[in-house]
Write a protein that binds this ligand. Structure first.
Ligand code: SF4
Ligand code: SF4
Length: 82
């Protein structure tokens, strides 16, 4: 069975001021304010675009990325298999 995974923007609640810019600019309405803090309330609607990260004036939103090498690329780059 294929395993389905997806990532969501990470919100630093200590930095979030509750200004609502991300809520106004999110094209899919995936983020809302809950108790004056930004929360991804509709995770399956998040397209992982860069809008909230770009516009957050507090730098409270980031999109973590994981670099994954395909097996043949790992071999051709000389990296040892674990
Ligand atoms: S734009 Fe940034 S500071 Fe403003 S509500 Fe969203 S996460 Fe919080
Ligand atoms: S990454 Fe894009 S779609 Fe996802 S919450 Fe931020 S603005 Fe909305």
């Amino acid at each position: 069975m294929e395993r389905q995974t997806w990532s969501l923007p990470a919100i630093d609640l200590k930095r979030c001021t509750g200004c609502g810019w991300c809520v106004e600019r999110c094209p899919t309405h995936a983020v809302e304010l809950v108790a004056h803090k930004a929360v991804i309330v509709r995770p399956t609607d998040c397209t992982y675009c860069d809008i909230c990260e770009t516009y957050c004036p507090a730098g409270a939103i980031g999109r973590p990325f994981i670099v994954v090498f395909a097996p043949d690329q790992r071999l051709s780059s000389g990296e040892q298999q674990p």
